[in-house]
Design a protein around this ligand. Structure first.
Ligand code: ADP
Length: 536
């Protein structure tokens, strides 16, 4: 059996016994076979003899009191715990702990929908409620709220929200969080915001008084969240989107400015920007750029190919060179007017082509909605990962996902910097796979999403982990950095947030030491180490 570092067999056995006394023997897992289920199935360490990021055991409570008791036992024996909700954070580490030998605190048995308030459009859920569960619950009980599910939808609103996951309805799901119940590393129970007023029924309505601390529990190791409130988007009459294209590369500059202006002014709930002909993943003809030798030749140039060369190739292939798109929802009359307004705005950029897409009308006829479109209207599915599998990733993938400014300038520059690192690395497979990144919608920034493939070749996986580091550093030198990452890369990512001699990390670690003096909760998560385990 694997042991937590520094813990002897006897001490560990005692802790396990006390966990079992708390939750029942059936809910403590110590066999190699059971614990292996908590490995990251997409680990970039596949085939390596002393793999990191693996657990020693798992314990699955079914109540807040049991969570509190487990935390007390962990403190008594100095056992590191790693909380997960449903543990499906694939691409960002799955259910694997940052600190090897941690005991997974598996919260999926706590799966109640605690409250749904239709009038005020919020709900409160426990960790084990999956996007599928919540969707079914809303549908069966006729709640008119949309679930902001990512692709795929097998994870949980809580786990996804806490890790700043993106959902098709609300974008950054953490932006919809309001009010939490948290078991602190001491075992004490905390409610945030108005939830701290004992008689308050306004827990999900307002953030309360004093420092706003919900954020301290996202991507963090300061507490175990046992209930979380989300605000929801109500089902609209109509949801639709439009796409604007151009055969001119330089048009991307005014096009992104225009789409972002519409977003800031509140007409759009999402926006994105890219280049269909350059992108490896476009909606226009389903072709991948890496299969087109002329596209590839231009992309692989150090200067990214001149605008004129792209314009020419775009015309030859009849594929747009520049593209932005935006999403809107609401009453049909208002959406129609907003579409007309957007059409007007883009008509001022000569040569652009504006196309309104076919709207979704509620109530939806689910069977008629394409798999790839479902998450945009709040219907969880598993299509996305099967698509990646079809593209040949038998071992899985992990993401490199930097945040850039929402401008065409940054999209061009980020692609040049990222492709430059890959060209230097000589990893042509990865270079082809990365293609040319699209800017994905955040309210005032774009997220770029690149997939690193895991292979059976240990040396190649090692090299790719090194490339990840080089990319993180090259991006940070330009002011861009990752918004989220798998445990294997969290130290590297946090190291880029280094302003004033790592003041941010030191702030986190001061809080960590105060709340968790024994360093038992998710040590190392997001690069935040407890005192006993840090080198500086
Ligand atoms: P999902 O349920 O969406 O699959 P995970 O369970 O994989 O999400 O969790 C995603 C991340 O959030 C992990 O890093 C995990 O440690 C953290 N996390 C998940 N649930 C909790 C929780 N209840 N309290 C604190 N951190 C959590």
């Amino acid at each position: 059996m694997r042991l937590p570092p520094g813990i002897d067999q006897e001490t560990f056995a005692k802790a396990i016994q006390e966990f079992a006394n708390t939750v029942g023997h059936d809910w403590v897992f110590t066999s190699e076979e059971d614990v292996a289920l908590y490995d990251d199935s997409y680990t970039p360490f596949v085939g390596e003899p002393d793999r990191a990021y693996v657990a020693s055991a798992a314990v699955a409570p079914d109540s807040v009191e049991q969570v509190q008791q487990i935390v007390r036992i962990a403190n008594k024996y100095r056992i590191p715990l790693y909380p997960i909700s449903t543990g499906r954070n694939l691409g960002y580490g799955g259910s694997s702990p940052t600190y090897s030998g941690s005991v997974i605190l598996d919260l999926k048995r706590m799966n109640r929908v605690v409250e749904v308030n239709d009038q005020e459009a919020y709900a409160v859920v426990e960790p084990g409620v999956s996007f599928f569960d919540l969707y079914r619950y809303f549908e069966e009980n006729n709640h008119q709220l949309m679930v902001s599910t990512p692709e795929p939808g097998w994870g949980s609103p809580m786990g996804n929200g806490l890790d700043h996951g993106m959902g098709g309805v609300a974008g950054d799901n953490f932006s919809m969080v309001n009010g939490m119940e948290v078991v602190l590393p001491s075992g004490e129970l905390l409610r945030t915001g108005m939830g701290a007023v004992p008689t308050s029924g306004l827990w999900q309505n307002y953030r309360g008084f004093g420092p706003y601390i919900d954020g301290l529990f996202s991507q963090a190791n300061f507490g175990i969240v046992t209930k979380i409130g989300f605000w929801f988007v109500r089902k609209p009459e109509v949801q639709t989107s439009f796409v604007v294209t151009s055969f001119n590369s330089d048009d991307l500059y005014p096009m992104v400015d225009a789409i972002q202006r519409l977003r800031h002014d509140g007409f759009l709930y999402s926006a994105m920007a890219g280049s269909p002909i350059r992108s490896s993943n476009n909606n226009f003809d389903g072709q991948l750029s890496r299969h087109d030798p002329e596209v590839k030749a231009l992309l692989d140039r150090r200067d990214g190919g001149s605008p004129e060369a792209w314009n020419q190739l775009g015309r030859k292939r009849n594929l747009p060179v520049s593209m932005v798109s935006g999403g809107m929802r609401g009453p049909a009359r208002i959406v129609d007017a907003a579409i007309e307004h957007a059409r007007d705005v883009f008509s001022k950029i000569q040569g652009t082509i504006f196309q309104a897409r076919e709207p979704f009308r509620f109530p939806l006829n689910v069977d008629q909605i394409d798999q790839g479109q479902r998450s945009f209207v709040g219907i969880p599915n598993l299509w996305a990962f099967s698509r990646i599998a079809v593209q040949g990733t038998s071992r899985g993938h992990y993401y490199f996902s930097p945040i850039i400014r929402a401008t065409a300038k940054d999209i061009f520059e980020a692609n040049l910097v990222i492709r430059g690192v890959l060209l230097d690395s000589g990893d042509t497979d990865l270079l082809d796979r990365f293609g040319w990144g699209t800017g994905l919608s955040l309210p005032k920034a774009y997220m770029m999403l690149y997939e690193f493939l895991v292979t059976d070749d240990v040396a190649l996986n090692r090299k790719r982990r090194e490339i990840f580091k080089q990319l993180a550093q090259a991006c940070a030198a330009r002011g861009w950095a990752e918004y989220r990452s798998a445990p294997a890369f969290q130290d590297i990512v946090m190291a880029q947030y280094s302003y004033n001699n790592n003041a941010l990390r030191r702030f986190h670690e001061t809080i960590k030491d105060a709340l968790d003096p024994n360093g038992i909760l998710a040590p190392g998560k997001s690069g935040i180490w407890p005192k006993r385990l840090r080198s500086t």
